[in-house]
Design a protein around this ligand. Structure first.
Ligand SMILES: Cc1cc2nc3c(=O)[nH]c(=O)nc-3n(C[C@H](O)[C@H](O)[C@H](O)COP(=O)(O)O)c2cc1C
Length: 181
């Protein structure tokens, strides 16, 4: 018998996020709530494997920026630190990725949501199609490496000082992604 070896693709959206226990997880759970558990799976990066990437075609990937204002290290989230070597090996060809990032432009105006760029560069380097870019106008910040072609490469969220805006920001963003993921 010939084994065609067709992978059993999961048709849901993988909401891949880290770290657990803070604002990023809070937002990931909100996204799940809004999209519905029948449409997406919540996967902390600390539990993710290379197969997690190969099994899905659509991703919402999120993290927080902690400490990159010094750029002494690339990402101080331990969950992401542990996952990055696996993430860098994954193939994103033909896959769609939307990115969200937790940050705080009031406390870190020069490095607002910088770490979204780490995720972006990796998936773009592995031929993903990145969707869900966001206009910069609605954010008062000084600088960010998470801007490409005058737009944020994903959805910036500030749970420290703009918590009241999170819900509508997520809803607007998910509406813009509708039928794309
Ligand atoms: C030590 C420290 C450094 C931070 N550095 C940045 C930064 O460079 N840029 C930014 O936008 N936010 C920065 N933040 C804000 C966090 O990204 C924000 O609080 C986020 O909501 C944390 O999410 P988490 O609880 O999921 O890690 C920093 C926060 C801390 C505590």
């Amino acid at each position: 018998m010939i084994n065609l070896n067709i992978p059993n693709m999961n048709t849901k959206i993988a909401v891949l996020y880290g770290p657990v226990g803070g604002n990023t997880e809070k937002v990931a759970k909100l996204i799940l709530e809004k999209l519905g558990a029948e449409k997406c799976d919540l996967i902390p990066v600390k539990d993710a494997k290379i197969e997690t990437i190969s099994n899905y075609n659509s991703f919402i990937i999120g993290g927080s920026t902690i400490g990159t204002h010094t750029w002494s290290h690339t990402n101080s989230s331990e969950d992401w630190d542990a996952f990055l070597p696996i993430f860098r090996k994954a193939d994103f060809k033909g896959k769609k990725v939307a990115i969200f990032g937790l940050g705080d432009q009031l406390a870190y105006p020069n490095n607002f949501v910088d770490d979204m760029r780490i995720i972006y560069d990796i998936v773009i380097g592995k031929e993903a199609t990145v969707i869900g870019q966001v206009a910069t106008d609605a954010y008062d910040y000084n600088d960010s490496v998470a801007i490409v072609d005058d737009k944020f490469i994903g959805l910036p969220l500030n749970e420290d000082h703009e918590e009241d805006l999170t819900n509508e920001r997520i809803e607007g963003w998910l509406a813009s992604l509708k039928d794309q993921l």
